[in-house]
Every structure is written in C-alpha cells, then in structure tokens.
Design a protein around this ligand. Structure first.
Ligand code: ACO
Length: 283
C-alpha cells in the first residue's frame, strides 16, 4: 500500500485490495474540521493511484457516519478569516466531491450512524451506500439558519427526487434509514449488527471484477447523466473503445471464449474466470 503520513483525524485500513477509511473524531460525531479535510484530501489522492486499493469504503468511528461540517472549527473559527475559509472550502470540496465522485475504483459509503448536513455530499459521491437500520439522516442546515450549501443542494438531485429533497431541506426534519432507502438516498439498509460483514462481502465481490471494466462502467454511468441522447451514444462508443485499449486482461475476448467455446461459464450465474487478477492503479 502507498506510504502515508500518520493521520490524526482519520484511520486507514487495507486488506485484500479493500481500503477502509474511517472518519475518526467519534467524540465530535465525526464532524468535518479543516484538519480532517486536509487529511482526507491527502489520503484520497494517494489511494487513487494505490495498486492495493481496488475498492474504497468510507465509514465513521463510533455512533456517527458524520455529523456534517464542524460548526466550531469549520464555521465559527474561520469567521473573519477569508483566506482560511477559501482554503478550507476548496479542500473539503476537493475530497468530498471532485476526488470521491470521480474516484477510479468503486466506492461504498458504509453508513453506521448519524449523517447530517454536509455529509450528504460524500454520501452521494459514493457509488453505493449501505446503511445500518439504526442510521439517521438530516438536512439540518435550516436549523442553523444556512442553506444546504457547498454542493449539497446540487448533489441532492442525483439521488433524491424534488419533492423529498425540498421537504427535508425546508423542514430540517431528520429521517431514518428505511426512509433513506425508500427515497433512493441509500442503496440498501441492513441490520446494524451485520453492516460490516455485508459491506465487506460486497466490497470483496467488486474487488474481484475486471478493474478496467468497473472503472469504465462507473465513468460511463456518471458521465452520460448530463448528455443528450446523441452525445451519450457517441461518448459510449468512444468509451467502449477506450476500455478495449486499456484492458490488459482482454476481458471481452476471455468472456466470449469461456461462454461460446469452452462453455465454462454463464454470465447470469457467475463472472468469467480471470487468469491473473491485476493490481489496479489509476494511470
Ligand atoms: N459540529 C461540531 N461539533 C459537533 C457537531 C458538528 N456538526 N455535531 C456534533 N458535535 C459535537 C457536539 O458539540 C459535542 O461536543 P462536546 O462533547 O464538546 O460538547 C459532541 O459532538 C457530541 O455531540 P452530542 O450532541 O452531545 O451527541 P449526541 O449523540 O447526543 O447527538 C447529533 C448527535 C444528533 C449528531 C447532534 O450532535 C447534532 O444534532 N449535531 C449537529 C448535526 C448537524 O446539524 N449537522 C449539520 C451541520 S451544518 C453543515 O453540515 C453544513
């Protein structure tokens, strides 16, 4: 795994191609301070190119996934410090959206508890979100007299419909995991007791897939969202060509051979057999 400087506000763990990053301020419910954001940006930049990271899991220590922006250190402490505020805003949005949303490998939000305010940004940036049935969510900005700013109001539209996002943003009411699943904010809810096990099982599955096909698929699904039909068609043809060029395992030919000639697999039942699962960098 890539060499890292020691972190104080996050914890990074890696095993079998799966890297778990834990926001580690449990006594502050993993609220995001500028120091935490600096560490997260440093960490995620390294993990992008880390060959030992094939899947990234984002979770929180203790009772919270993240209680949002740190009201004391991110907001109050930077009042009257415009340069500090600009730097803090740049840093937090870099890791929570631009790096995480575009991370070249699958990302899973393992939502173990409270998820409030600004934490919706990294929740929605993750490809998949699995929540404990005890998790609690809230667009609580209105309670502080601020809007769901940063990127929250914008990214809500990716995974919540207009009625739900407007209702919860305006009312500031918190809601449980079952409602989050019903609204499409999280992919699936599982019992709190099995959250880690269930997420690890999913991560293992993702880590064993053809990494180039996985990378191209997530880029394709994300990128076509804002394209016209014609643009999407053209882009997807070009993306398919890029995948064929980048895929050193030649997964397409291997799969076709195993299905048609060897009759050794059926795609509805299991993935094709990869000869030498490659370590996946971000080149
Ligand atoms: N910013 C700074 N500190 C926080 C935050 C936060 N967002 N959330 C919790 N903390 C701190 C508390 O101040 C407290 O610190 P202290 O021990 O020094 O007093 C500690 O974390 C524990 O918080 P409690 O409220 O005592 O914990 P509890 O488990 O009872 O409640 C909960 C947890 C529900 C998350 C509650 O702390 C809360 O409502 N927090 C605010 C959530 C919120 O509105 N976030 C959005 C912020 S605005 C934005 O993100 C843009």
């Amino acid at each position: 795994m890539a060499e890292r400087k020691p972190y104080e506000n996050i914890h990074v763990d890696n095993a079998d191609g799966i890297t778990t990053v834990t926001l580690n301020r449990p006594d502050k419910r993993n609220a995001m301070s500028p120091a935490l954001d600096e560490e997260m940006l440093d960490c995620i930049l390294k993990l992008e190119a880390d060959p030992d990271t094939r899947v990234l899991i984002l979770t929180g220590a203790g009772e919270a996934w993240s209680a949002g922006m740190d009201l004391k250190l991110y907001f109050r402490a930077l009042e009257g410090n415009p340069a500090g505020r600009i730097k803090a805003e740049w840093t937090t949005h870099q890791w929570r959206w631009y790096r995480l949303y575009n991370f070249p490998k699958p990302t899973i939000a393992m939502v173990n508890g409270y998820c409030f305010g600004g934490a919706f940004t990294q929740l929605i940036a993750c490809d998949i979100a699995i929540a404990a049935d005890t998790a609690r969510f809230g667009l609580s900005e209105i309670n502080w007299g601020v809007i769901p700013g940063g990127l929250v109001s914008k990214v809500l539209s990716i995974s919540m419909n207009y009625r739900d996002s407007m209702y919860y943003a305006l009312s500031g009411e918190s809601f449980g995991a079952a409602d989050a699943e019903r609204m499409g904010l999280v992919t699936k809810v599982v019992p709190a007791a099995s959250l880690k096990h269930d997420v690890m099982k999913l991560a293992k599955h993702l880590s064993e897939l053809n990494p180039e096909a996985v990378r191209a698929t997530k880029q394709a699904v994300k990128t076509v969202r804002d394209m016209s039909m014609d643009q999407a068609h053209e882009y997807l043809m070009a993306k398919s060509g890029q995948l064929a060029y980048r895929d050193k395992e030649n997964g397409y030919a291997t799969g076709i051979k195993q299905f048609i000639d060897d009759k050794t697999f059926r795609p509805g039942l299991q993935p094709y057999t990869r000869k030498a699962p490659a370590k996946h960098g971000a080149a």
